[in-house]
Design a protein around this ligand. Sequence first.
Ligand SMILES: [Ca+2]
Length: 77
Amino acid sequence: MASNLLTFDVWTGGNDLETEGIFLWSDGSPVPIKGSWYEGDPNNYFGGQHCMELAEPHTLWKDAVCVLAALSICEFP
Ligand SMILES: [Ca+2]
């Protein structure tokens, strides 16, 4: 990954759009409940955070508002 990309939060594809508090990856598989969340996240701050990002320094997850413009990561075979 280019070093300049490290200054941005990154979408992981995980979300709880279907059921609040139950995060699924974009393929429908469950995100581990304990996982690697920042302390206090997911917190659905102001009731509008349903998408999961890898936030700086890119080692922990946060839930955030889905409409934020950010880079994305994906898995491929
Ligand atoms: Ca949050």
